[in-house]
Write a protein that binds this ligand. Structure first.
Ligand code: GDP
Ligand code: GDP
Length: 438
């Protein structure tokens, strides 16, 4: 992960996700109640004292047997140590020191990275007295906190942010401002191949260790004067007994990657065409206001005649209607064909998504379009749209002020959206139209 990263480790039920949620001030972590099931790691960005850093909640693993558990926990800790710049090692004052705490402490004492010991569930002064036994684990940076009430959490964050140098903070800031592209698509559509083709190397990741699966991976791409973050779920395979789980988790991951992105590169398999699952993901991206580029991959496998691409695109657009103002590229991740074009398209969509049309220009163009084709009269009352303005939102949104906003129906809204799209470049970007009374 790029930027300063803090991992929260600790055995299950000590309160890691409670703490994580408190840091992010939102309920982001998913708690999986099924026993024997790994819980995904959660990633989030925390801001404190004007510094931002990544936080990983390493999740939990419900033991089937003690020895397996200990091995898995150790792996989890090692991976967290490898990935993070600092560790928050959490334990539970209510239960006191357990064998697993000892085992984890053993691993953590050997790392050169800074470890903050957080003794959680210190909800009251009596607990604080009992909690002093945790000094015996040998960590100097020890904090007694209550994730539930928030007491002590500020102190630990102060200590963490003190570690972050201004240089690292500036880097993180820069990274936060980069365009974020998610590579999404169904299993075997070619996500890993595309990623490898782009970054020019095979990236191997921890994939088959229970308790350490992750949802998304962020890679900074900085080549050919292009600088952006790639968010992918490629190669992430969860160990699962049930086959249908794979499909399910692949959808969950696609949604997570999507949430973290500005623009989604949705990969389709040329031979399969667009499936119902792809359409679901597509319409979700539209609902979430994400930029979209459609990449028809494995184009090398298609028998091509003069109009193959054109005809293919036509059929594709019929399926994705009504939002068809989307770039479609025919690529081959395997042969590295048009993959840079795909990135250019994503950058263009990103800049379209940032577009702010000056009000004067917007009114000049749109009022003319309205003049040449008025909204249909409802119940004998002419509808007049007087003024249009773009709202200061992340998803390009436009407010139309009218005398009778409720009388403007969908076909006319579509007309307005088309006019907007014809006059200003919003290719690949869902836009929103609002009608208000004036
Ligand atoms: P994780 O498995 O380490 O992520 O632990 P959770 O965050 O899921 O918390 C396990 C349980 O401990 C939940 O029932 C939480 O409500 C509870 N818990 C978490 N933090 C505190 C705390 O500061 N005080 C008390 N009393 N309970 C807490
Ligand atoms: P992922 O599951 O979406 O990450 O898909 P992979 O990148 O692992 O690719 C799945 C399979 O499709 C592999 O056998 C790849 O070699 C193959 N593949 C990926 N991209 C292409 C392509 O552009 N053309 C062809 N012919 N095969 C591809």
């Amino acid at each position: 992960m790029a930027g300063f990263t803090v991992a929260i480790v600790g055995r299950p039920n000590v309160g890691k996700s409670t703490f994580f949620n408190r840091l992010l001030e939102q309920r982001k972590a998913i708690v999986d109640d099924q026993s024997g099931v790994t819980r995904d790691r959660q990633y989030g960005v925390c801001e404190w004292n004007g510094k931002t850093f990544n936080v990983i909640d390493t999740g939990g693993f419900v033991p089937q047997s003690e020895d397996v558990f200990e091995r898995e926990i150790k792996k989890q800790v090692l991976i967290a140590v490898e990935e993070a710049n600092a560790i928050i090692f959490m334990a539970d004052a209510a239960t006191g020191i357990t064998d697993l705490d000892e085992a984890m402490a053993d691993v953590l004492r050997r790392t050169s990275k800074t470890v903050f010991m957080a003794v959680n569930k210190v909800d009251n002064p009596e607990r604080l007295l009992e909690a002093t036994e945790f000094y015996s684990l040998g960590f100097d940076n020890i904090f007694f906190i209550s994730s539930m009430t928030g007491s002590g959490t500020g102190e630990i964050l102060d200590a963490v942010t003190e570690l972050i140098t201004d240089k690292e903070a500036a880097e993180q800031e820069e990274i936060n401002e980069l365009p974020r592209f998610a590579i999404i698509g169904q299993p075997n559509v070619g996500k890993s191949s595309l990623l490898n083709a782009l970054i020019g190397q095979e990236r191997t990741i921890v994939s088959d260790i229970a308790g350490t699966t992750r949802d998304t991976i962020h890679t900074r791409y900085n080549l050919f004067q292009k600088d952006f973050m790639l968010i992918d779920t490629a190669g992430i395979r969860r160990k699962t007994k049930v086959h249908e789980d794979l499909e399910f988790y692949s959808v969950i991951r696609a949604i997570k990657a999507m949430d973290e992105a500005d623009v989604c590169l949705l990969l389709l398999d040329a031979e399969k065409g667009i499936t119902q699952q792809d359409l679901n993901i597509f319409s979700l991206a539209v609902k979430k206001g994400k930029g979209i580029v459609l990449l028809v991959n494995k184009w090398d496998l298609m028998a091509k005649e003069t109009n193959t691409a054109r005809d293919y695109e036509k059929v594709l657009k019929e399926r994705i209607a009504p939002f068809t103002d989307v770039p479609v590229l025919f690529i081959s991740a395997k042969d590295k064909q048009r993959i840079h074009k795909a990135i250019e398209a994503a950058l263009e969509v990103y800049s379209n998504k940032q577009r702010k049309v000056p009000t004067s220009q917007l009114n000049e163009v749109m009022l003319k379009a309205i003049e040449s084709y008025h909204p249909p009269v409802v119940r004998g009352n002419p509808v007049r749209i007087k003024y249009v303005t773009q709202l200061p939102t992340h998803v390009p949104s436009f407010a139309f002020f009218a005398n009778l906003p409720d009388d403007i129906k969908q076909p006319y809204k579509n007309y307005l959206e088309n006019q907007l799209r014809q006059n200003f470049n919003f290719k690949g970007v869902p836009v929103r139209l609002f009608f208000r009374k004036k």
